[in-house]
Write a protein that binds this ligand. Structure first.
Ligand SMILES: *Cc1c(COP(=O)(O)O)cnc(C)c1O
Length: 393
């Protein structure tokens, strides 16, 4: 296949020809990670309280444009608790794109809520406000200022925009829909730490947001997540719930509700503090890698580099190619050839409504998401690829 050979050549011109296998995205440790981890071990502060937990919470909040941060064991737990403190209750429906990582839907399900899948936009790859409005006009009604699904009778409590591969969702478009259909916004900002929508950081665009620090994300704590918000009451409740709902007391074990042990250990937070010191550099390296790909793909036929729309700044977490519609049937051959040539290439996630546990869940017409599912690929995106010499910029 011609396109595969073209792509392999052009990608190799950016990432170098020498390495036999180039992964999609690797964690990188170029800062004080060792020093801070050793400090935890030397002082004995390795577990669920410690100064790195506090420092990491403050720094994640600052980067996300929020006053408060609560760090937890992983991004899925962060999203579950974000939904909970935002007021989502068991039996409620939660609107979210079908084109997302499974954790978005799982987090709502863990709460006993019901993921309700909506369509995606070609210009952001995220939730499509126009399609959302059309869907709500078909299935929803307002009762006492709350949104209900007329078909299932359930309340639709929240909407979860997910900033795909770092590209911010069209929040102005979403806000316009929410003026007619009031629902709380809980951002799945797992992939978008450092991204900005019209100057505002992702994570500060709704009532509360969840971030992930899994090993494949732009910065990592090994495993970890954070809840960020500007609402002090929500932050306090999130901290309480994720730390076993323990009441402060010198010696007694008093807990006032069924809490979670979702705490992030100080060891992981130490790694996080060191990683965040490198976030600006990493984002700059990724921007450089993106430009190099953009230059290398000039005049390419059959596929285009996905670019965040005007007004949005992506952290460029994963570089994305969109195949021309006519080439969708060739996707798997292309994946086979590129991975075979040592260029790790991945399709986008299988849409949520195709997975067995979400097959019967409420959903909108998903034709744009289905179209994207067949044509979206990710190519090697690690920051080091943009950092080293020899990269064509
Ligand atoms: C990574 C990710 C999560 C969850 O993060 P974990 O830390 O792996 O639990 C949630 N949503 C999206 C979109 C993600 O990419």
């Amino acid at each position: 296949m011609n396109l595969a050979e073209e792509l392999i050549g052009r990608i190799r011109s950016v990432i170098g020809a020498d390495e036999a296998f180039v992964p999609l995205h690797v964690p990188e440790f170029h800062g004080r990670e060792r020093e801070l981890l050793l400090d935890c071990i030397d002082t004995g502060w390795v577990s669920s309280v410690g100064s790195y937990v506090d420092a990491f919470e403050a720094e994640v909040a600052r980067i996300s444009g929020c006053a408060h941060g609560v760090v937890v064991a992983n991004g899925t737990a962060a999203l579950q608790v974000a939904l909970l403190v935002a007021g989502v209750e068991p039996g409620d429906e939660v609107l979210m794109p079908a084109l997302t990582f499974v954790a978005t839907a799982n987090a709502a399900s863990h709460l006993g809520a019901v993921p309700h899948f909506v369509d995606s936009a070609f210009d952001t790859l995220g939730l499509c406000p126009l399609r959302l409005r059309a869907h709500l006009e078909t299935v929803a009604e307002l009762r006492d200022g709350q949104v209900f699904n007329r078909q299932t009778g359930r309340r639709i409590a929240a909407v979860v925009p997910m900033h795909v591969f770092g590209c911010p969702v069209d929040m102005d478009g979403l806000d316009a829909v929410l003026r007619d259909w009031p629902m709380v916004v809980v951002e799945d900002a797992a992939e978008s730490l450092g991204s900005r929508y019209k100057g505002r950081p992702c994570g500060s665009l709704g009532a509360v947001a969840a971030v992930s620090f899994n090993g494949n994300k732009i910065v990592t704590t090994g495993g970890g997540g954070a809840i960020v918000t500007n609402d002090e009451a929500l932050a306090k409740r999130a901290k309480h719930l994720t730390t076993t709902a323990k009441l402060p007391h010198k010696w007694a074990f008093l807990h006032d509700e069924v809490g979670y042990n979702y705490r992030m250990p100080n060891l992981n937070a130490a790694l996080g503090v060191a990683q965040l010191e490198q976030l600006d550099t990493r984002i700059a390296q990724k921007a450089r890698l993106f430009s190099a790909y953009a230059q290398a793909f000039r005049g390419l036929n059959g596929a285009a580099l996905f670019r965040a729309p005007e007004g949005s700044v992506s952290n460029n977490w994963l570089v994305t190619l969109v195949l021309d519609p006519a080439l969708a049937p060739e996707r798997d051959t292309l994946l086979e050839m590129m991975n075979g040539a040592g260029i790790m290439t991945r399709p986008v996630w299988t849409l949520m409504h195709r997975l067995p546990m979400y097959r019967d869940h409420p959903r909108a017409d998903l034709s744009q998401a289905e179209d994207l599912e067949a044509r979206v690929l990710n190519i090697p995106s690690s920051a080091y690829l943009g950092a080293r010499g020899g990269v064509a910029v």
